[in-house]
Design a binder for this molecule. Sequence first.
Ligand code: LUZ
Ligand code: MOS
Length: 768
Amino acid sequence: MSVIRESELNVSGSTRYIDDRPESAGLLHGALVPSPCARGLLKGIDAQEAEALDPSIRVFTAREVPGENRLGDAAEYEPFLVSEEWSYMGQPVALVLAKGRLLARKAAALVKLDYEKLKPRLDAREASEAGAFFIPPRTMAMGDAKRAMARALIVAEGRVESGGQEHVYLETQGAIAEALEGGRVRIISGTQSPTGVQREVARILGLSMHDIEVEAPRLGGAFGGKEEQGGQWAALAALGARACGRPVKIYLDRREDMRLSGKRHPYSSDFRIGLDAQGMIVAFEADYYQNSGALCDLSPAILSRTLFHAAGAYRIPNIRVTGYACRTNLPPFTAFRGFGAPQGFYVIEAAIDAAARAGGFDPAELRRKNLLSEGDVFHYGQSVSECRAGSSFDRLLKLCRWDELRAEIASHNASNRLEKRGAALIPICFGVSFTKLVMNQGGALVHAYHDGSVSVATGAVEMGQQVARKIQIVVAKALGIPESLVRVERARTSTVANTYPTAASTGSDINGMAALAACEEIRGRLLSLAARILGAEKGELRLEGGLVVRGCEPSALTWKELVDRAHLERVDLSAHGFYATPGLSYDMKAERGSPFAYHVYGCAAISARLDVLRGSYRFDRAWIVHDGGESIDRAVDLGQVEGAFAQGLGWAALEELLYDAEGSLMTDTLSTYKLPDLGFMPNAEVEFLENAPNPKAIMRSKAVGEPPLLYGIAGYFAVLDALRAARADRARGAEAGRGDGAASARSAYDLPMTPEKVLDFLEGRRPC
Ligand code: LUZ
Ligand code: MOS
């Protein structure tokens, strides 16, 4: 096999997604009957007209669910198909099957619902006032924030809003299910979590996990959107397949996917920050109102990651932060690259921005002097070790020539009224590990075939991030063979069991280590045999370059000969490997412990250019210094940094989800929901920190999937910086102050930045 480059397959259009598979004979297509408003009581379902359309049509409701009609693992009951009350618009009420996709959709539209409409609640703060939470409010604290705040010389406070974000994976959500003999069900599911789907389907069908086999093929992107939410589509398909004895495919179209599937959580937060005379942060307090949506989903875990990242990359001796998971009637929000950390980061960066203005400090200097360093302690009790906050910050200042950039911008702004420039930089710090201990485990199964080729299966789902490429390299290195001899299999529950989602940036950390453990087992057996063949000590032998190497001398024994010989001598050429991330512990009661294996650091700067008349802006340039450890494949990591940065910049300064007063998503197409493209993205210079190996992960690498998304937040502050230059001009002009009084109720910090908001700022309808 040649070396796989997932990107080449994608670019050349040769990736095959679920919907590209040839359809088997007799396949039925599923379509959903969604709830018609955000909250309602179901009185009756009339499917007569739908069923009359064609003999192939079947309609399934909650009554046809053979097992538990229940979604997810939340403490409270949450229905899989609506039986009485629904809590968001688009919640599945019934499944319609038909022999064609259009026919199924046509029939679904004919199913009539008798219902009573109830008043929805859409706002997180309103939900909080009503006490509508998924979990009790959660607080993390260190020191005495109240007392320190009272003594602080400079105090700034404010409100911060951040919007949601649609994943827009290339491939929408879906699944194909097939009933096998003996009552078993086989599912191909667009999921990051094959085991999660297996468990969910088993429960809904009233079967055991061994009755359900789930395979996750290569996904066309996921970004967290398929961490928790793939189960319902798989379960619907499985329900139909079991009942009809025919394969069933459910595949959402783009608009359905955008309307029904979860997104990044919007947050509304309050902060207060206190500085001493030198500009050291002495206290920080914040409350985060997470709009969790209508079902629990992963909201509590996401909220916990917000609280863990509340202090950003800063040392804050006295801190108290509280999170509220607020139940509303929007479609359930879910995991999205960064998993609550970006929302927390935006608040601390806004607080620092506000404090710098209140105290008259240079924002970059304020950030530098408050950075975390070796030996500090995070507010959850873990000590800061191998800290690279300062080194990446300092390297970035050099890379972007920060002082020159500032001077250039100041002189540009002094001589231009209609175009202002701005710049901002932010440091990042991201904890790597699932915050839920049990999830930090994974397995692998490695086979050496007796022709010398090797296959490796793990729980890792390939979704374009090239985890398969990294695992291929790990295995090739471990066995000392060319990469072309290693094939990476797709994740399947019958091959590697009890896995956790490919998520939390841990895909190659956990699965790479499990694959390595399996390879070591096989290598040990092979070297014992080689020692016998060569009459050598096992300890002096290695596998390298496709040969057995003795000391410094290659022997005449090749990998292929050794494997063939092992097979003849009846040596087991397969091994299972397992990895559980060591050193993790957390006490939820005390909110103290070491939840993360390590942290990823870095720093980014962005410069922006603002058209003062139109309110439009663009990003000129970006510079990133990233703490990437020793990359397993630098090209892959660079792609992750650039891609995550684009996604973060889109969240911060472009993408906007809008709902109407009834809780219906208005931005449900790619013509109304704007995504970053090549024209939007600045030229980004990315540098990886040198000599920064990570002893805590596979091949001294560092997890890279999520942390660079945080860099995008700098874009928000770069535009804000340019805006302030424009506002300063106005303040000097005749119309100074006009409208500023009305602005005080609106939030200064409201992400995403959009041209509409820019105009509000410029016209004084918002403070900045
Ligand atoms: N998923 C999860 C995640 O279940 N727990 C986590 O801590 C996490 N972190 C990042 C992304 N996905
Ligand atoms: Mo996740 S946000 O699926 O890593």
